[in-house]
Design a protein around this ligand. Sequence first.
Ligand SMILES: NC(=O)c1ccc[n+]([C@@H]2O[C@H](COP(=O)([O-])OP(=O)(O)OC[C@H]3O[C@@H](n4cnc5c(N)ncnc54)[C@H](OP(=O)(O)O)[C@@H]3O)[C@@H](O)[C@H]2O)c1
Length: 347
Amino acid sequence: MIRASVVGASGYGGAELIRLLRAHPEVEPVGFFSRTFEGRPLAEAWPQLSEGAFHGLERAIEEADVVFLATPNGVAMELAPRILEAGKRVIDLSADFRLPKEVFEAWYRMPHRAEALLSQARYGLVELHRPELPGARLVANPGCYVTAATLALSPLAAEGLIETLLVNAASGVSGAGRGAEGTAFAEVNEDYRPYKPAGVHRHTPEIEQNLGRVAAQGRWVETHGPARPLRLTFVPHLVPMTRGILVTAYVRLREALEESAIFERYRQFFAGEPFVRVTEALPRTKGVFAANTTWISLRKDARTGWVVVFAAIDNLVKGAAGQAVQNMNIIFGLEETLGLSAEGLWP
Ligand SMILES: NC(=O)c1ccc[n+]([C@@H]2O[C@H](COP(=O)([O-])OP(=O)(O)OC[C@H]3O[C@@H](n4cnc5c(N)ncnc54)[C@H](OP(=O)(O)O)[C@@H]3O)[C@@H](O)[C@H]2O)c1
């Protein structure tokens, strides 16, 4: 059994980790830490849970083989060094180990205080990085929008087909975390709005980095391998639902390809992937609710030549906790799909 702990267990990513780790057949959860709820029943933070309690940070670290850090940006760089020194593994859901130091500092506006660890980190987008993940000690779990956008566009990037790229996306409110400002019911209900559009949102450089790596390295990607410069315009929106991300990406291709030929490339690229679904039917966020699946489709506008690619994920599962568990499975040599579902809940 793998002994697993969660730091940030009173947040939305933490709640989803508790759910998945408790149901995982090869995991013994040994510590759920929150500064606010330490020593108190889990039910005080999570009414859906009837058993268990929050523990102290020391226990969460000492008793674990792997510690999931579901904490705000800037926390993992403080905690990861001591967890790794204690011989444990770290899967970090924040942005602390996803980008080179100078890119991180420019976009996240804070100094990076664990620079020495950046070269050890492996980027945990399994569908592109699977070969380098077994045995990893420190995994940077990708951003939620980033996961959907990267998978939506990798088959095109891998063949150098992307000439111009606009990425439009919408996220449910849980994407901002439990304590986010401006997410009160009266603020978000019946409202649909863009935020941080066009070169401002922090996931922009991460998507560019991922697609640039795929463009340089092809189907399988190494975190510290080469990347081609690639630019895109990213426009996120907030949509009044709890979970889910839908990416709609507009691409001008370097080659004139028929829609069927593009579909064929997507099917080949993702052949055998347990958590990617490529269909003619258009994706819906509800179709991946609580699932670890990325659901992708596309259309070509025969009149204008634009290719439009769609991808739906559950931001808390494939966009966060589910992908983190998928990484844990690979790190420890377990079946990659253990404890995860490719099919979600409806309604
Ligand atoms: N929500 C998503 O869809 C999503 C998707 C992908 C990635 N992420 C990333 O995952 C991380 C967690 O996101 P979330 O949505 O779960 O956030 P959240 O709901 O706001 O929860 C944050 C958690 O971190 C704890 N925390 C806050 N400051 C801390 C500190 N200084 N030291 C230790 N613990 C601290 C909080 O509990 P206490 O204050 O009680 O300690 C809480 O449990 C973030 O980095 C986020 O960007 C989130």
